[in-house]
Design a protein around this ligand. Structure first.
Ligand SMILES: [Cu+2]
Length: 144
């Protein structure tokens, strides 16, 4: 009788501890976003890197970014056609602007003009890259 009571008490304590741990779980415990500024493209053809041309990114500002494209073997790709897309996956909306690749800077570098992040949160920035090496896509995550 006494051991049965102790057992029941132990079960109650365990349930409360588990519930407490569950409720204490931070909202950010969803899988971490890979926010690295260098990514291999989806099919592995390219290694792409991005950086803001003049610091930032700043919320609500029109900014230029520099995209650097190399082959998987590390050779700069200078003859690519680049289109830009993206948006906020959590909000089901796209970019507020239509960024364009406006300059081949050499050494695999491209100027991407007109990037704007109009609200805080998780953004995807997508680059469709086409060159004689093939077509592939690189997607970057940014959290502002
Ligand atoms: Cu949004």
């Amino acid at each position: 009788m006494k051991s049965g009571l102790l057992y029941a008490l132990a079960v109650v304590v365990l349930v409360l501890v588990a519930l407490g741990a569950y409720l204490a779980m931070p909202e950010t415990s969803k899988p971490e976003l890979d926010q690295s500024r260098t990514r291999t493209s989806a099919n592995g053809l390219y290694v792409a890197a991005i950086e803001p041309e003049a610091g930032g990114p700043k919320l609500g500002e029109l900014e230029n970014w520099i995209l650097t494209v190399k082959t998987a073997a590390g050779k700069p790709v200078d003859d690519a056609a680049i289109t830009v897309g993206g948006g906020m996956p959590d909000h089901n909306h796209g970019l507020p602007t239509a960024p364009l690749m406006t300059g081949h800077l050499g050494d695999g570098r491209y100027r991407i003009e007109g990037v704007k992040f109009s609200m805080s949160g998780w953004w995807e920035l997508r680059f469709d890259i086409s060159s004689p090496a093939g077509s592939d896509t690189a997607i970057f995550n940014l959290v502002l």
